[in-house]
Each structure stands twice: as structure tokens, then as C-alpha cells.
Write a protein that binds this ligand. Structure first.
Ligand SMILES: [Zn+2]
Length: 240
């Protein structure tokens, strides 16, 4: 099994963007016992690697530092953070955010530096978290250039990977991302197959990875069936 898991916030609120801290511990514990290695995207995406999980966080909520990092360090596991640079030190109430979206405090640069030092790769999620389908090519370039330059300036590393805000994309955006980044992730819910388009990598949203039996047996036949069914339901509902 090869898969990329999406988290946003690690907290107890029960929101659609939240994953409970104690389940985060249980999930990492069972992964470390399962024999499925937790890898960086560089390693996971090597063609000859056929087993592994990559952990990713979108947006840059503060709890990635307060709740996520200590657990990742306990298990010595890498992760990637897709950072929305314009929200650093603020909240997630950017202009395209639906009114019903839960409110979160975001990381500041000091915390982001500590995340990087602790083994979290800081990658790109634009500057303003726009619906990129609505942007001209010049605006797409501006969003990515601003975010990537800021990350490079503050952290000394150019982002290698990208996540489409809300998973929204069209041919123009995918083509741009394909030329600019090593790989780009979406919100399509499934595990990786052997011949993925690196501009449209699927992920497993952690929100659906909460049942205890699933967390503890992620690679079982039953779990694989559950994950396929969940992906099918999301596709039918048009949430990709
Ligand atoms: Zn996002």
C-alpha cells in the first residue's frame, strides 16, 4: 500500500478539519507496528518503492506545532506541511473561505521554523488560498511565486510539492503545477496506484480514518474495501 494522508488541525473540536490528538497517537503507533514505513514524499514517490505512507498537513494550523510535532518526533516520522503563506500568524478566514468553515489560529514563522527543524518539510499551498480555477495564468504564477519566495526567504528551502487549495483545479492549473513542482496533491480519496499523474496525486483525508478498527488495521482487506467505498461515495457526490 502506498498512500498520502491529509490532515488539517490536530484537536478535539470534532470539526471536519480536525483529527483528535489521541487518535493521531494511535494511528502513528499502529503505522510504526504495521511495517508500512512513514516516508517523505521524495521517498514515497520513487517508482521502486511499493509500500509507504506520507503524512501531510494543509493550510498551517497552529495545532500542527502544538499537538502534531511532538508525536511525530516521538515516532521519528517525517511529514509535509502545505503552507498558506498569507495566513501565517493570522486565522484561516481568508476571502474564499465559506462562512461555515471552522475558525483556526494559524502558525507563526517561529513555529514554522521549529517544524522544519523537527523534520516537517514546508511546501506550498499558495499565498491567499484562492480557487485557482478562477485565476488567470499570471495570477496563478503570482500566487505560487509569492508563497514559494516567502518560504525560501524565511526557511532557506524552496518548496518542492504543492497542494491545490480546496483541491480545485483545471487543465491550466494542473499544467502550471506539473511544470513547477515535483508533484501536486488533490482531494481525490484513494491510495496511490503504480502509474499516477504527478500533477493529480490522490490522498486519504484523515477525517474518514477515525474508526479504531480501521486505524489499527490500515492495510487489511476490510480496510482497503472501506477506503475504496469511501472514495466511490465521494466521487458520486462530486466532492473531488
Ligand atoms: Zn487548504
Amino acid at each position: 500500500m502506498k498512500a498520502i494522508i491529509t490532515f488539517h488541525s490536530i484537536d478535539q473540536s470534532g470539526s471536519v478539519l480536525s483529527y483528535p490528538p489521541e487518535k493521531f497517537v494511535t494511528l502513528l503507533e499502529s503505522l510504526s507496528r504495521s511495517g508500512i514505513p512513514v516516508l517523505s514524499l521524495d521517498k514515497l514517490l520513487l517508482r521502486d518503492v511499493n509500500k509507504g505512507i506520507a503524512i501531510t498537513f494543509d493550510d498551517g494550523m497552529k495545532s500542527v506545532f502544538t499537538e502534531g510535532l511532538p508525536v511525530l518526533q516521538d515516532f521519528n516520522m517525517p511529514a509535509h506541511l502545505y503552507l498558506t503563506t498569507g495566513a501565517v500568524g493570522k486565522s484561516n478566514q481568508w476571502s474564499t473561505q465559506p462562512a461555515c468553515a471552522p475558525n483556526f489560529d494559524m502558525l507563526n514563522w517561529d513555529e514554522i521554523e521549529k517544524l522544519q527543524a523537527g523534520g516537517v518539510y514546508i511546501d506550498s499551498h499558495t499565498n491567499n488560498h484562492p480557487d485557482m480555477r478562477m485565476l488567470s495564468l499570471a495570477e496563478i504564477e503570482d500566487e505560487c511565486e509569492t508563497a514559494d519566495e516567502l518560504i525560501k526567504k524565511r526557511l532557506g528551502r524552496h518548496p518542492q510539492y504543492f497542494a491545490y487549495p480546496y483541491g480545485y483545479k483545471n487543465d491550466q492549473v494542473c499544467e502550471f503545477a506539473r511544470n513547477r513542482y515535483k508533484a501536486t496533491v488533490t482531494t481525490a480519496f484513494r491510495v496511490l496506484n503504480s502509474n499516477e499523474d504527478y500533477a493529480k496525486l490522490p490522498r486519504l483525508d484523515a477525517y474518514y480514518l477515525q474508526p479504531e478498527w480501521l486505524i489499527k488495521n490500515l492495510n487489511s482487506t476490510l480496510s482497503r474495501g472501506y477506503l475504496s467505498l469511501r472514495g466511490l461515495i465521494r466521487t458520486v457526490r462530486g466532492k473531488q
